[in-house]
Design a protein around this ligand. Structure first.
Ligand code: F6R
Length: 350
């Protein structure tokens, strides 16, 4: 266990410097934006649909792109987190194969299948077999910096895909949104970095409240649900705790009944609800009503709100707060935030 107000001891608890990667997210956004703008892309032309393939910390790049682009994109934006391509993928599908390591078998299988169908392919990776196969097949690749855990490289993985889609006419140009995202993230880092004591640091405060509890993270449809899924994955992989995510309004039609829980199990869970100012009023009203009804059943029920005016800034602000919170939760419970031994074992076993 590490005292969160004693950052001099974080080095021993976090030997690979995961917290540093969290504090450096603004710089990563800046660099990823440049990589996306400079990338060589497949020739422009009609895109029938976009499919972003990837797993885990790389796969969430597709969720981020869907949340940001789907409200305005003329083509559907879909994600694939498995081996097999849907039957509709063909020559007019723009397929991004995203794998930080470039060695993930599901993503490689999807890449091979998309190449066999003649899809327009772009690889986003640090190297590995994915880069080798992209180069051998003459497909564009966006090579991002290595040396991080995939889940600590979200901006490198997601922004080049977003920028590539924008350059191919599937989304807004993003320059203003990226500038705002940088401002919001720098302010988030200033509030949550290691030197800010727990009494004034929202991420440390929340981490201390979540200690010892499995967590349900909920957000509103679209970017709120993507942020909730990212928090769930970071709770799992960084803090090594059981966590689950859900999305309003759908959860208001089933899960809320489980939260009533006359048996009392809900009282052993924490609930974190991720909010943002872009929620449509009907959705916001439903979230508040649900919290009033079932919030008291949880051991801890917290709401956190994104700063920022654009969807990109709001989403990255929620991501950053979640990354800080889960890293401090790991430190507060004596867990090294970096290794994911069970994922490594599973990959070796398959
Ligand atoms: C590890 C992590 C994992 C990996 C996943 C896929 O930090 O986040 O979820 O992202 O196992 O591996 P890559 O990203 O290399 O394709």
């Amino acid at each position: 266990m590490t005292d969160l107000d004693d950052p001099a001891r974080f080095g021993g608890a976090d030997p690979s410097g995961f917290l540093e990667s969290v504090e450096r997210l603004p710089g990563q956004v800046r660099e990823a934006w440049r990589l996306g703008r400079e990338a060589f892309l497949p020739p422009a032309g009609k895109v029938g649909a976009v499919l972003v393939c990837g797993m885990g910390g790389s796969g969430i790049a597709g969720d981020v792109c869907r949340a940001i682009l789907a409200p305005t994109s003329p083509a559907p934006i879909l994600t694939l987190k498995s081996y097999d391509l849907p039957a509709w993928v063909g020559r007019d599908t723009l397929v991004f194969a995203v794998s930080y390591s470039g060695t993930t078998e599901e993503t490689l299988a999807a890449f091979d299948a998309a190449a066999a169908r003649g899809a327009r392919l772009v690889a986003v990776t640090t190297g590995g077999a994915l880069l080798t196969r992209a180069q051998a097949g003459g497909h564009p690749s966006i090579v991002i910096p290595g040396g991080l855990q995939p889940r600590a490289a979200l901006a490198y993985l997601a922004l080049p895909v977003l920028v590539a889609c924008a350059r191919l006419g599937l989304g807004p140009r993003l320059a203003g949104e990226v500038a705002e995202t940088l401002q919001v993230l720098e302010a988030r880092v200033a509030r949550c970095e290691r030197g800010v004591p727990a009494a004034k640091n929202p991420a440390k405060t929340l981490a201390l409240r979540l200690r010892g509890l499995p967590v349900v993270v909920a957000g509103g449809d679209g970017l709120g649900s993507v942020a909730a899924y990212r928090w769930k994955c970071q709770l799992n992989e960084v803090a090594k705790v059981p966590a689950f995510s859900s999305a309003f309004p759908e959860l208001g039609h089933n899960e809320v009944v489980g939260w009533e829980d006359p048996g009392g199990v809900t009282g052993d869970f924490a609930l974190v609800v991720l909010r943002h100012a872009g929620e449509p009023p009907r959705l916001a009203g439903q979230i508040e009503a649900a919290l009033g009804i079932v919030g008291p059943a949880f051991a801890v029920a917290e709401q956190v709100s994104a700063k920022g005016g654009s969807p990109l800034a709001r989403l990255f602000d929620l991501v950053s707060l979640g990354d800080f919170t889960t890293t401090y939760l790991a430190l507060a419970t004596g867990v090294d935030p970096t290794p994911v031994a069970t994922i490594d074992r599973l990959k070796r076993a398959t």
